[in-house]
Design a protein around this ligand. Structure first.
Ligand SMILES: Nc1ncnc2c1ncn2[C@@H]1O[C@H](COP(=O)(O)OP(=O)(O)OP(=O)(O)O)[C@@H](O)[C@H]1O
Length: 303
C-alpha cells in the first residue's frame, strides 16, 4: 500500500526554486530516505508532505488523502530545529505533545526506549545535544503515528549515539511505522533505508535501494595492496575486469568491476607476487551520488 504519494511537487521561496518537480511514493512499512547535500530541497519537500508548507504546484497524498487534524493524528514529525523552551522538563514536553493526539504511547516506556528514563525531570536546556535529539525523536513518536518524518535524525551525535539511534529507528519500523528519513549521511542512508530518493538542486536524481543505486556505477570496486616484489602493471591491466591501475608509494590500487578480487589475486599468484595489506573497497552511495550528479555529498563527520 502506498502511504505517501508525491507528484510533480514544486516550491519556490521568492527567487529560490527549492523543490523542482519532485515525485516519489513511499510504501507502508518502509524506511524511505531523502538524501542530498545541504540546500538540496529535502526539508522543504518533507515539510510539504507533513502539511507544514503549501506547495506552489503538484500534489501530496498521505495515507490515502488525509488532511488537517486527521493527518496530524497519524503523522509524527521531527524537525531539524526544536522549538522547545529551555526550561521545560522532559516529562512535561512528552506530556504536552501527547496531549495533541487522541492516541499516545506510554511516556515512561517511550523515555525508556529512547534512553531518557533517568532524565525525566531534567530541563530541556540541561540535556546534552544527543539527549535533546533523542527527546525530539520521542516527541515524534509519542502520538503513536503510522508515519514518522525524521529530519536530520543523527546530526550532531557522536558515533555511538548515532548507532543507538539507528537501532531505535529499526525497532520503530519493526513496530509497523513507515519512516521518511531526511539525511545527508551516506552511512545512515545505506544502513537504514529500504529505498532512497537522491535529491540535488531541488530535483530527484534517482530513486532506488542503496544496493540498486550503487550498482548503477560502472567502477564498483577498488583493490589495494602492497606487492611483495616487483610487479609490472601490465599484468593487471591485461585483465578484462581491470579498468585502472594506480601507484601510491609502494601501494598498488586497482579499480575495476566483475570479480575483480579473484582476477587480481589470480594474476598476482601467477606472477609469483604476494599481496600484503590486501583491501577491497566496494563503491558507496557517495560514489553513486558523485557519478549521478558530479558532486560529492559527504561532509566530514559522515563516516
Ligand atoms: N524559508 C525559506 N525562505 C527562503 N529560502 C529558503 C527557505 N527555506 C529554505 N530555503 C532555500 O531553499 C533551498 C532548499 O532548502 P531546504 O532546507 O529545503 O534544503 P535541505 O536539502 O533540507 O538542506 P539542509 O540539509 O541544509 O537542511 C535552499 O537554497 C534554501 O536556502
Amino acid at each position: 500500500m502506498k502511504v505517501i504519494e508525491v507528484d510533480n511537487l514544486r516550491k519556490r521561496y521568492r527567487d529560490q526554486l527549492a523543490v523542482d518537480d519532485v515525485s516519489f511514493t513511499v510504501e507502508e512499512g518502509e524506511i524511505f530516505g531523502v538524501l542530498g547535500p545541504n540546500g538540496a530541497g529535502k526539508t522543504t519537500t518533507v515539510e510539504c508532505v507533513a502539511g507544514l508548507r503549501t506547495p506552489d504546484s503538484g500534489s501530496v497524498k498521505v495515507l490515502g488523502g488525509l488532511s488537517g487534524d486527521a493527518l496530524k493524528q497519524q503523522l509524527g514529525v521531527q524537525l531539524q530545529s526544536s522549538a522547545l523552551p529551555e526550561r521545560i522538563k522532559v516529562w512535561e514536553a512528552l506530556d504536552l505533545y501527547a496531549s495533541f493526539y487522541r492516541a499516545s504511547v506510554d511516556p515512561a516506556a517511550l523515555m525508556e526506549r529512547v534512553g531518557l528514563a533517568g532524565k525525566r525531570d531534567t530541563r530541556y536546556g540541561k540535556l546534552s545535544g544527543g539527549q535533546q535529539q533523542r527527546l525530539s525523536i520521542a516527541l515524534a513518536l509519542v502520538g503513536d503515528p503510522r508515519v514518522a518524518i525524521l529530519d536530520e535524525l543523527t546530526t550532531g551525535l557522536d558515533p555511538q549515539a548515532r548507532r543507538d539511534t539507528w537501532e531505535l529507528i529499526e525497532q520503530v519500523r519493526a513496530g509497523g511505522v513507515t519512516i521518511v528519513l531526511v539525511t545527508h549521511f551516506m552511512e545512515e542512508a545505506e544502513r537504514l533505508c529500504d529505498r532512497i530518493a537522491l535529491i540535488d538542486s531541488g530535483k530527484v536524481v534517482a530513486i532506488d535501494s542503496p544496493a540498486g543505486l550503487i550498482s548503477r556505477i560502472e567502477h564498483q570496486q577498488t583493490v589495494r595492496f602492497r606487492p611483495s616484489g616487483p610487479l609490472d602493471d601490465a599484468v593487471l591491466k591485461a585483465l578484462p575486469e581491470v579498468t585502472g591501475v594506480h601507484r601510491d608509494g609502494d601501494r598498488v590500487e586497482v579499480t575495476g568491476d566483475g570479480n575483480l578480487l579473484l582476477a587480481v589475486t589470480g594474476a598476482l599468484a601467477s606472477a609469483g607476487v604476494v599481496p600484503a595489506d590486501l583491501r577491497v573497497e566496494q563503491a558507496t552511495l557517495d560514489d553513486a551520488f558523485l557519478a549521478l550528479t558530479g558532486k560529492k555529498i559527504t561532509n566530514g563527520d559522515a563516516r
